[in-house]
Design a protein. Sequence first.
Length: 70
Amino acid sequence: MLFPPNQRRSADQHWRAFLHRLLARLNPPRRHRSAPRVIKRKMPKWHVKRTAHQHWPQPEHPPSIRIRNC
C-alpha cells in the first residue's frame, strides 16, 4: 500500500520520486503575449475581430504568476 505511507523514510522517498518526475516534465517557457477575447466569426457571446486587433500591444515582461503552498 502506497498511501498513507507506513514509514516517514518511505514517504520522503516517494516525495522525491514525485518531484523528480514532475521536474522532468516541465512545460516550455511561455511566450510574452496577450490577445483580446475575440473570434473571427460573429457569435452571440464574443465580439468580432476587427482591424484594431491586428496590432495589439504585447507585454514587455513575463507574467508574474506565483504558486504558494499554504
